[in-house]
Design a protein around this ligand. Structure first.
Ligand code: SF4
Length: 350
């Protein structure tokens, strides 16, 4: 096993590691309670034989991320910037509502996908994260709520921070299994959402692995030419390949899929774009989450006017297509969709 962080190991792998090193496998339960229920971030005080504690300490980290900055938006959204033990930036965003606290986690440091509307895309990819580094982002939010005596808990996890989750599927799968595990985070599958930019061949793998999650697809645009200009991944897997993978997922899973759509002036927020979107979503079991573009300083893309958005929604809704407009959260701290780029500046980009 090549993991540096003990949280990356599955329950069975930890049992095998223990028995392979002459220790009782049942200790795995005790160690996992320490990590995932008590959320301890050091082995000190773990009630196991001293030589086992030393072995764990010598083989696996229990804490992989160190906090660099924490920024709070006027709407209550909080963004943390962490550094991994090898100095890679990772951002986590917590989005509170009255009844929920959703955590948007990063699955990679940076991203190789290069989407035109996204600050992370301009960073390039540093490296993929281990499952333990993904899980630690959620543990840190739990610990923040405890520390601040806030009567809250993490209700939803969205794999939509830095990185393309399906380009790091093994770690993302491990994280989902642990989040769903009753002996760890005990979160229902409906509370875990993996959002892909369109990594079509890996969508089927979610079903093959029985990854406990919901699927969201960043459609962003509904015709190949526009999508390709915004998302280079469309050159590798175009809309018809992506939709074939989505249809296969819908048929085999019996679930719904969420399409994320970004409203961009003169590109995706026009009457013609609305008709293209209707053609894609009407025959499918899906819902659309639309968001008005979060502008950033290096992009020429513009947000549409309110009238353009209203007209777009009118056309789509006239066809009885369900479309929700999500309010952007954390814009003032660059925590909204497409704005994560390891900045500690709170300069507003739009
Ligand atoms: S939108 Fe997602 S997939 Fe595209 S560059 Fe940004 S982080 Fe990567």
């Amino acid at each position: 096993m090549l993991f540096n962080d003990i949280k990356s190991l599955s329950h069975n792998e930890l049992r095998e590691f223990l028995s392979g090193n002459g220790h009782k496998p049942y200790r795995a339960d005790q160690i996992r309670v320490w990590i995932f229920k008590q959320m301890m971030q050091s082995y000190e005080g773990l009630n196991v034989p001293a030589e086992l504690c030393e072995l764990l300490e010598s083989k696996f980290r229990l804490k992989s991320l160190s906090e660099e900055t924490k920024m709070e938006s006027s709407d209550g959204t909080i963004k943390w910037l962490y550094k991994t033990s090898d100095g890679m930036p990772v951002e986590t965003v917590m989005i509170p509502t009255e009844t929920r606290a959703s955590v948007c986690v990063s699955t990679q440091s940076g991203c190789a996908m290069g989407c035109a509307f996204c600050r992370t895309g301009r960073m390039g990819l540093n490296r993929s994260l281990e499952a333990g580094e993904i899980l630690e982002q959620i543990i840190n939010v739990h610990k923040y709520f405890l520390r601040e005596a806030q009567d809250r808990t993490v209700t939803n996890v969205i794999f939509m921070g830095m990185g393309e989750p399906l380009a790091n599927l093994d770690a993302v799968h491990r994280a989902c299994v642990c989040l769903h595990d009753q002996k760890a985070f005990s979160m229902g599958k409906g509370r875990l959402t993996i959002s892909t930019s369109g990594f079509a061949p890996k969508i089927a793998e979610l079903l093959e692995r029985s990854t406990p999650c919901q699927l969201a697809v960043s459609l962003v645009a509904a015709d190949n030419e526009t999508r390709e200009s915004l998302m280079p991944i469309n050159k590798t897997w175009n809309l018809s390949e992506l939709l074939k993978a989505v249809d296969n997922y819908l048929e085999l899973s019996g679930e719904w899929v969420t399409f994320e759509y970004i409203l961009i002036k003169n590109k995706t927020c026009t009457p013609a774009a609305a008709k293209n979107l209707i053609r894609i979503v009407k025959p499918r079991r899906c819902k659309i989450n639309a968001i008005v573009l979060n502008g950033n300083e290096n992009s020429e893309l513009e947000a549409p006017s309110e009238q353009e958005v209203d007209e777009f929604l009118r056309i789509v809704r006239a066809e009885n297509v369900q479309i929700n407009i999500r309010n952007p959260r954390g814009r003032d701290i660059l925590a909204a969709c497409g704005q994560l780029a390891s900045t500690s500046s709170n300069k507003v980009a739009i």
